[in-house]
Design a protein around this ligand. Sequence first.
Ligand code: PGA
Ligand code: ZN
Length: 426
Amino acid sequence: MATIAELRGREVLDSRGWPTVEVDLRCHDGALGRAIVPSGASTGAAEAHELRDGDAKRHDGRGVLRAVAHVDGEIAAALRGMDVADQAAIDGRLIELDGTPNKSRLGANAVLGSSLAAAHAAAASQSIPLWRHLHRLVERSFAGVAPVPNPALPMPMTNAISGGLHAGGNLDFQDVLVMPVGATSLAEALEWIARTYRRLGELLSAAGFEGRLVGDEGGFGPRLDGNEQAIEFVVRAIEAAGLSPGDDVTIALDVAATHFFDGHRYNIRRGGQRESLASGDMIDFIDRIAKRFPIASIEDPLAEEDWPAWTGLTAKLGEKLQIVGDDLIATNPKRLQRAIDERAANAALIKLNQIGTLSETLDAIRLARSAGFRCVVSARSGETEDTTIADLAVATAADQIKIGSIVRGERLAKYNRLLRIAEELN
Ligand code: PGA
Ligand code: ZN
């Protein structure tokens, strides 16, 4: 049994140049685990609390030195001597130590960095890849409650065009994504995505739009006239890549609708005009888009607190479409249970830092799977070279992984990690 000797936090930078928490965890046997916490821009209200310093003199108040100090102080003291492979006990200790419902005292960034560093150190101590260790945790977490899936590569759900809070206010919808559902290997899937992405850039440039400028997750950020035009371009790019839209490659959307909902109405641009839609009209709008394009999955088509509308939309479209709750569910087992009970979605987006520990994330995945919900393991718009989510998606046999686009190093670190895991799986 390897026991925890030391934790050290560090303030490092993410892909937007904002500070974030890195944690090094060392065991008495010398094994080292390191993890870096990501950070969202279109965050849900129900997410765990990201602790920022608020000191305007450093990083515009967004420093994380207080969270780092919690890792070095209270968290290190509480975890020292614990079995590094007993993730449930470690996370239980972290939750108890924090003592708040949303990890606001120590900071979910301090807590998650420590939780994930432990998993990395446990894998290192056993000289096994992280996904293998995580799969053992899945076996323990799922035992007697849900069938344990075999480790498997997820389908990439990859950003083609970026809008919303991830680009320059060009589009209301946050992402138009592609899923290479007809590809027979991960390598082929990535080649199809990359080819489609290049054709998309060429088509946008040829039409006079920005075919080189990219958003936070690497999708193109052209100033288009509306959301439907963005989807049209992506469909044409799939065709220009010599692939069949709907058969080889399907479209996915992240509408991220909370961010244009004012509490009553959805304020959206259509055909160059601003419109204000009630929930029922928004459902009809989504329905028309889903009929018009080869769309397989829609995330956050409605706002995070518009629960009855979610139930209505899922009743209408849930048979043929994957309806993914991101801000709605926030990887929170309680909100997920509500979504299951009210049939408000049929899939859950899974983001580790929305809930703040690895064990609670596995709880959410177990609950989702046992209710027949699909799982999409997702990165955040603010990312780093940390690749933990690639291993998590494989260990939990997630249906899809949403990393961002096929460019930008913080995204490629994860795709390339998946390629290495693909070899290990064989
Ligand atoms: P975020 O975006 O990381 O800015 O929240 C990702 C998403 O909405 O899926
Ligand atoms: Zn989302």
